[in-house]
Design a protein around this ligand. Structure first.
Ligand SMILES: C[S@@+](CC[C@H](N)C(=O)[O-])C[C@H]1O[C@@H](n2cnc3c(N)ncnc32)[C@H](O)[C@@H]1O
Length: 295
């Protein structure tokens, strides 16, 4: 059989499994299995695949048929222009979260800090903290993650990006035992409501870690835990940037206000849905920034 023939068969299987772009994904998997870029695959479609290539491709197509996310099969996902290692222990970084990066970078720009101290709560792959550190060569960061397996992935991503010298990545439970001060706290905590579980895509429900997804009955449990202790670790004039579910903007704003924070900015994701909120302490202005102390 030629590559073109096995590709057609795989695309038909993926279509039957409910995958929306079966041919595109089958091509990506075959290119990866062959070790080719897409152009080379196109040129060599009429050749038969090498035996180990065919074996790899078959295993990956079966995994995709079972709705394993592409990022877990390929072992990586591009986020804000950089490749992050992804496993079944980490959330697959979402394009939606790039809105949090943009908002956080602007919040730091407004504050004019040359060497901001950043804290990321719930690292997963580390895509938020590591992207911010890569974008801000003067910044230093701390990251907290409750899953030991996800923490190992975040550390490997820090090393691959050459950022381990500026990223202190630790095991922990939100802010318990974390000492500040930080100029920016970012978090994309689990925020899906328990009752939404049956509506999730199979890729998410079957293959992504539950502790990265579910935020209790109303989806706000993690925000409550974080907000209760946030003022303790935030530097004077500091900001907290949260990703949230698209229906949670009002509830999260009310929760933050009840804990003494004021809304600084609300931002939508690329699809136009409410996605990010930035808070600062009530009564503070961004112009009241203090000098940066060493990390
Ligand atoms: C929605 S994922 C976000 C991962 C990553 N920041 C991203 O945006 O792709 C939430 C992360 O929080 C972690 N987490 C859950 N409970 C935690 C806790 N109590 N303390 C610290 N991290 C926790 C999960 O393991 C998961 O990695």
């Amino acid at each position: 059989m030629t590559r073109a023939e096995i590709l057609r068969g795989a695309a038909a299987r993926l279509r039957a499994a409910g995958i929306e772009e079966p041919l595109r994904e089958a091509r990506m998997l075959l290119a990866e299995a062959a070790g080719f870029d897409r152009a080379t695959l196109t040129l060599r479609l009429e050749e038969p695949p090498a035996p180990e290539e065919a074996e790899r491709f078959e295993a990956w197509v079966s995994a995709r048929e079972a709705r394993r996310p592409m990022a877990q099969i390929l072992g990586r996902r591009e986020f804000y222009g950089r490749a992050f290692r992804v496993t079944s222990d980490t959330l697959d970084p979402r394009p939606d979260s790039e809105a949090l990066i943009e908002a956080a970078l602007e919040a730091l720009r407004r504050r004019g800090l040359a060497a901001p101290r950043i804290l990321d709560l719930g690292l997963g792959t580390g895509c938020l903290l590591l992207t911010l550190l890569a974008e801000l060569p003067g910044a230093r960061g701390r990251g907290i993650e409750a899953s030991p397996a996800a923490l190992e992935v975040a550390r490997s991503n820090a090393a691959a990006l050459g950022l381990e010298g500026r990223a202190d990545l630790r095991s922990g439970d939100w802010l318990t035992g974390v000492e500040g001060p930080f100029d920016l706290v970012v978090s994309n905590p689990p925020y899906i409501r328990e009752e939404e579980r049956p509506e999730l895509a199979p890729e998410v429900a079957r293959h992504e870690p539950a502790m990265a997804l579910f935020g209790g009955a109303d989806g706000l449990e993690a925000y409550r835990r974080i907000l209760a202790d946030l003022a303790r670790v935030l530097a004077p004039g500091g900001a907290a940037a949260f990703e949230h579910g698209h229906e949670q903007r009002a509830a999260l704003t009310a929760l933050a206000e009840a804990h003494g924070f004021a809304l600084e900015e609300a931002r939508d994701d690329a699809a136009g849905r409410p996605r990010v909120l930035i808070f600062r302490r009530q009564g503070e202005k961004t112009s009241e920034m203090t000098e940066n102390a060493p990390f």
